[in-house]
Design a protein. Structure first.
Length: 315
């Protein structure tokens, strides 16, 4: 029972539910609009929402929360509907950053496009870590002319001093997200942290699953061993007691050998007289049926199991 409970605990630990929850949180809201597209509202404009890489240590208000809106979102200044092709925002209204209006609908379009373009059927710890590593390398690579902008993902043109305003061309801005100069090496990207935590949870689940398989195999072997022992015990309980049988037969033969008169033999159940009308002499024969029955009763509790018997005939 203890082994079964241990196995059940290992199977429970092998669940990937915790990893799925972290990945759902990292991804953002549901595509059906049932949850807000971002956690931050009233950002005044895109630059406030997405950040200014030069001259400000603070990250954009949406940095780490909505990379899709920062880089791919369409508004009155960034009017390109296919900034993140194959996603096409042509039929979606522009985002108004002060109240985040229309962001949910654009997010749904972007989300659906990502689902279709996903090449991985299943997420693994390795693919998650590889994706986060690639993005962190990109974020730590300088952007703009002479690459002055650090901690940025997306496009920066010129010096980048006008911030992530969604503009394109020689405007010193761009469609980007800035994570702040005081973020440290990890950039404080919440969705990236959640992805790495999900990778850790997948590792734990894989280890628990492997342990569960090992435990299950051991329990199977143990059950087989216990079954074999039970069968051997059952067989032993029905096995004739050869020592008892031999003793019974020997005693019966001894009794018969002391008889040399017909009358005495006929009065002994162990013997059978074969001397005919002759009244004396060694004309006895061991009564096999009686001795076998007696040996069976003595050796196995009278269960009627067939026993090996021996006979002795006088001369």
């Amino acid at each position: 029972m203890a082994g079964s409970r241990y196995l059940a605990a290992q199977k429970a630990a092998a669940s990937t539910a915790a990893a799925r929850k972290l990945l759902d949180d990292a991804r953002g809201p549901q595509a059906d609009g049932s949850t807000p597209a971002t956690k931050t509202t009233a950002t005044n404009n895109r630059k406030t929402a997405c950040g200014t890489p030069l001259g400000s240590p603070a990250k954009g208000k949406l940095a780490g929360e909505s990379i899709a809106a920062d880089i791919c979102g369409k508004d009155r200044q960034q009017t390109e509907p296919k900034a993140c092709a194959p996603a096409d925002l042509a039929n979606d209204a522009a985002i108004t950053w002060n109240d985040m209006a229309n962001s949910a609908k654009q997010w749904e379009t972007l989300f659906r496009a990502c689902q279709k373009g996903n090449k991985h059927k299943y997420a693994t710890a390795e693919t998650l870590r590889a994706a986060v590593t690639a993005l962190l390398v990109e974020a730590n690579t300088g952007k703009g002319t002479d690459r002055p902008a650090q901690h940025v993902i997306g496009l920066i043109t010129g010096t980048g001093n006008t911030g992530c305003d969604g503009a394109n061309g020689d405007t010193n801005g761009g469609t980007c997200v800035y994570y702040g100069s005081d973020s440290g090496g990890d950039l404080a990207i919440s969705w990236a942290s959640k992805m790495l935590s999900a990778a850790d949870e997948l590792d734990k689940a894989a280890q628990a699953a492997a342990a569960a398989r090992t435990t299950a195999a051991k329990l199977t072997d143990l059950n087989k061993t216990m079954t074999a022992i039970a069968l051997l015990a059952a067989e032993a309980s029905h096995k004739p007691d050869s020592k008892t049988d031999t003793n019974t037969i020997t005693q019966s033969m001894t009794k018969c050998e002391t008889i040399n008169k017909a009358a005495e033999c006929k009065n002994k159940t162990e013997c059978k007289w074969e001397g005919g009308d002759v009244k004396e002499g060694n004309h006895f024969k061991l009564n096999e049926t009686h001795v076998a029955e007696k040996a069976t009763q003595t050796g196995s509790g009278g269960n009627g199991e067939t026993k090996t018997t021996y006979k002795q005939k006088g001369n």
